[in-house]
Write a protein that binds this ligand. Sequence first.
Ligand SMILES: NC(=O)c1ccc[n+]([C@@H]2O[C@H](COP(=O)([O-])OP(=O)(O)OC[C@H]3O[C@@H](n4cnc5c(N)ncnc54)[C@H](OP(=O)(O)O)[C@@H]3O)[C@@H](O)[C@H]2O)c1
Length: 500
Amino acid sequence: MISPLQRGARAVARTLRREAEDGAGIDGVHNSRKRTTHMTDTANESQVFGLSSEDRRAVETFYRAFNGRPELLDQAVTPDWQDIPLGPGQRPGRDGMKPLIEAFAAAFPDAEIKIHEIIAGPDRAAVRLEITGTHTGEWFGVAPTGRSFVLPLHEFHRIENGKLTHTWHLEDWFGWLNQVGAWPPQTTTKRGDTMKAARLSGYNAAPTLEEIPVPEIGSDDVLVRVGAASMNPMDNKLQMGVLHDAFPLEFPYTMGTDLAGTVERVGPDVVGWSQGDRVLARTDPTSGGALAELAVLPASYLVRVPESMSIERAAAIPTTAATAYQALFEMADLKPGQTVLVHAGTGGVGSIAIQFAKAAGARVIATASGDGVEITRRLGADEVIDYRQEDFTEKVSGVDLVLDTVGGETQRRSFGVLRPGGLLLGIAVPPDEEAAGAYDVKTAFNVHISDAARLEKVVERVDAAGTEVLIDRTVPLDSLDEAFARQGSGRARGKILLTP
Ligand SMILES: NC(=O)c1ccc[n+]([C@@H]2O[C@H](COP(=O)([O-])OP(=O)(O)OC[C@H]3O[C@@H](n4cnc5c(N)ncnc54)[C@H](OP(=O)(O)O)[C@@H]3O)[C@@H](O)[C@H]2O)c1
């Protein structure tokens, strides 16, 4: 024996199925003409078994709110409406849902809500629906994947006086994660696993490759599988303890600041990054950690590696390119037509500085030696001085800027090649003010601080301009001794890369 309620429910279900096949839903989100037709049909059918047109409108308005119109909730639900269960980060009540709706609309701007079936009684409605869309914005910490999805939902509403008072809902979020490729996680590390890492047991101790536990990540941290890491003179200075005042190390210390790789795991509070993302970063020198198979760092340090850029190229960028950028454009404010003398044109910083300065319209003079003369010419220097063969002070005068990457005697002799009012910008050692006093010049010391926003700009610049990232050598992490010695020699032509 079929009850009147069941009969009514089946009639509504038939109508809505038809409408779903036509592409229209109760919400009418994607077609206002269909919405009008649909709402009229539904009103007739709803009245058959007791959902008043007022209650029906509340249900429709509720779903329409998800199309980026959270204010519609005011018409659809009571202020203390209970949404059961609350979504992650959702506060209770009507207003608690609104930020979530805004985030939803931002993450899925093309979302469509299709109602498949409604079974309704006088004060309640059970709705079977689905959301289709494309994942183009971050959603609950899952960075945009660009993938499309179909998310089935079942909702049960209690309605009083034309407003929803309670909504119980069931969504297949695991299915959604699976469709966008974020589930199951591809992580290959588990608690208790170990990894290779370049370690220091104390100042001046020889770096050693050790097998250590994979570090735990904090709630705002990311675990990155290092594809490549690059060394800097700073790694040697840290090892010698000469930077102790600025960067006191705790031992055992895992070396390395510059890395690129793929996100392996994210902490629970991390938003915007997910497993598999290609990233580069510069860690805090006090924490180090880049010269290892896996590295933990705050998510706020990460920058995305452009698709067109290799992981090796990305790993060579963080300290050197960001320092060159900071020095030339933030500290020195280099202008087109100015002349800059870049010392150590074959160094990690100098090789990039030549190219950035040229691209900015400056005339570039570089110092180098041996095969470095040809290299710096290739990088775009207008004039190259072999500093071992010639005295640069005899060939250069009146420059606007000296980028001093060397210090010592090179620095002291550079004051005299500046025009009056010119700037000597040191990065290796702070300018010798006493020596500078004899000249009418300005001095400054550039301290490079890790800054993901700057690094992101620099990566874009390197990628867009096809800046050559000079690589001295790429060696496996097992060849740590060779890499450390080469970096310490001060003779490297560009960057030394280590691949775990
Ligand atoms: N303050 C900051 O924020 C900051 C940031 C980054 C780096 N730094 C510092 O800046 C310095 C340069 O860094 P880097 O990464 O570019 O070093 P790097 O890559 O190790 O520099 C090596 C290059 O320097 C050249 N060179 C050495 N002495 C020279 C001289 N007297 N004249 C001309 N070229 C010379 C070498 O060429 P030859 O073999 O031909 O001599 C070699 O190719 C380091 O002291 C580093 O610690 C400071």
